[in-house]
Design a protein around this ligand. Structure first.
Ligand SMILES: Cc1cc2nc3c(=O)[nH]c(=O)nc-3n(C[C@H](O)[C@H](O)[C@H](O)COP(=O)(O)OP(=O)(O)OC[C@H]3O[C@@H](n4cnc5c(N)ncnc54)[C@H](O)[C@@H]3O)c2cc1C
Length: 487
């Protein structure tokens, strides 16, 4: 490593969804160059195409950037924050500071790929060493292809091929210190980005989360110190902390999948724990699969991967959509999930599947309406994972749930929230209802409802649709679709 020299032309590190110091290849490459390092964040939401960050992710970003700024200042070089078009900000700023290099970690969303390619070309033309690195995936999306050199559309085949192809490299160490540029540079403050909402609806998120690299490490530690042992069964129990709760941290790059992968591999576990480990690592690879699909099928954020679904006549009913969004469908598990989402910015995976299936199959409202709502309200809103999740649920994506799999929200509730603990937490108006009825209050005898002071239709809604009717209607509608080969 060359010895650090403040007189060298500086290297800019353009932070985006890699808001961490550990295992950050762009940051380490800049530090290793021996030049002063200028960490830079540019707020440019309009460059995200149809997918400008939603309210919940903006809240997260504010706090994550604040933590990153503190860490970078401690390391020696403060974070510079700018607003504007990334290309012009980078070119002007590189000129202003006399930078010899701009390094960044890759993003894989369609709009970001196009933008970053342009930026790289322009910077290279300006004589700058513009380099990008892989910081957020175990496998590059173009690395894993089938025998015909085509992308995989089935997870199991993808998983086998990806894990046989490469062992994810070990995470790289964080720089011990950063050399600051000789002169003080202008920056806007993080508050000036106006990421926090004007009306404060974020109390629940504040209680549930600690955005930033520190919070990511804490969640990983909690998960590895015991939760992972029972992951195979507990990951389907929304009332317990049975999963890692790392999704927003992964989305913002506050922890790398390589760090998680190797940390999980290294812990020594009992046979039960070993099963938890391998199930968990598979989920991490689902995230890779989602990025693989988004990279190869970039139109799927809006359009179904299976073309026959283009003809599906989704209903347009804004009132029904609103009831679903607000957790007022009359199905307790669905409502609990939608309220957990609204309050904490997150929803348990099992419940995500149930509410998504309910929207597209029971209500016949489009998966795009659902994915848009999730986009605005999830702290882990992620274009790759959200697209995969919704296309899977609607049955129109890769390796998707078949059209005849229609989750019964009552059976799902009885199976995965048997005591109704999750429902009681998020639907407090039903909290006192005894066990058999908590999952289906409309079947409760009148005296039971009365004894607990519940008037259906007043304190809690009647179901917006009857399950059997909705199931048959969905089966009929989906059966009409004739498969057309995916291009
Ligand atoms: C309709 C729908 C929408 C979804 N939208 C998103 C989204 O916007 N952002 C998001 O991160 N996840 C999304 N998911 C996937 C999944 O629900 C979350 O990743 C998971 O609940 C996060 O909790 P966790 O970190 O505790 O997960 P864990 O069970 O601890 O899993 C660890 C990590 O693996 C990855 N992962 C787990 N399950 C999946 C999956 N099914 N697909 C892709 N990656 C997965 C996530 O990065 C997760 O953090 C969606 C799922 C559905 C059904």
């Amino acid at each position: 490593m060359p010895s650090p020299s403040p007189s060298k032309a500086p290297a800019i590190v353009w932070f985006r969804q890699d808001l961490r110091i550990d295992d950050n290849p762009a940051l380490s490459a800049a530090a290793d160059s021996g030049a002063p390092v200028i960490p830079l964040f540019i707020w440019s939401p309009e460059e995200e195409g149809d997918w400008e960050p939603g309210g919940a992710t903006r809240w997260w970003l504010h706090h994550s950037l604040s933590e990153l700024a503190e860490t970078l200042a401690r390391l020696g070089s403060p974070l510079i924050v700018k607003r504007g078009y990334s290309l012009s900000v980078l070119r002007d700023f590189a000129k202003e500071v006399g930078a010899h290099a701009v390094f960044w970690n890759r993003r894989y969303e369609p709009a970001a790929i196009i933008r970053d390619k342009n930026i790289k070309g322009a910077l290279v033309k300006d004589g700058i060493d513009a380099r990008s690195f892989n910081a957020s995936l175990l496998f590059e999306p173009w690395q894993v292809l089938n025998g015909k050199n085509e992308p995989y559309k089935v997870f199991t085949a993808y998983y086998k091929a990806a894990t046989a192809l490469v062992t994810p490299p070990a995470p790289i160490e964080k720089p011990k210190q950063l050399l600051a540029p000789a002169k003080k540079l202008g920056t806007v403050s993080i508050s000036d980005l106006m990421l926090l909402p004007k009306i404060n609806w974020t109390e629940g998120m504040k209680e549930a989360w600690k955005p930033g690299e520190g919070g990511a490490k804490e969640n990983l530690e909690i998960f590895l110190s015991g939760v992972i042992d029972n992951y195979t069964s507990d990951r389907d129990r929304p009332s317990v902390v049975g999963t890692s709760r790392l999704s927003p941290h992964l989305h913002f790059g506050e922890i790398s999948p390589r760090t998680i992968w190797h940390a999980v591999k290294e812990i020594d576990k009992s046979p039960q724990g070993r099963e938890g480990k391998s199930t968990y690592l598979k989920e991490i690879v689902w995230r890779e699969f989602a990025h693989h699909l988004l990279y190869h099928f970039p139109l799927t954020t809006k359009a179904p991967l299976r073309p026959e679904f283009e003809r599906f006549a989704w209903r347009d009913d804004k009132q029904l959509l609103k009831l679903w969004q607000k957790g007022q469908t009359g199905y307790p598990l669905v409502d609990a999930g939608m309220r957990e989402l609204w309050h904490t910015g997150w929803m348990h995976n099992r419940v995500r599947m149930v509410v998504a299936s309910f929207l597209v199959k029971h209500l016949l409202l489009s998966w795009q309406e659902g994915s848009q709502w999730f986009w605005d309200t999830l702290v882990d809103a992620d274009l790759a994972n959200n697209t995969l999740g919704w296309q899977w649920s609607a049955g129109c994506g890769a390796d998707a749930a078949p059209y005849f799999r229609i989750f019964n929200p009552v059976l799902q509730s009885e199976k995965f929230d048997p005591d109704g603990k999750y429902i009681r937490r998020w639907v407090p108006e039903l909290a006192k209802l005894p066990k058999p009825w908590i999952h289906k209050p409309w079947e409760a005898p009148a005296e039971v409802l009365k004894a607990h002071g519940i008037v259906l239709g007043k304190d809690y809604p009647e179901p917006v649709v009857d399950h059997s009717f909705a199931r048959n209607r969905a089966l009929d509608a989906f059966k009409q679709l004739k498969a057309v080969p995916v291009k």
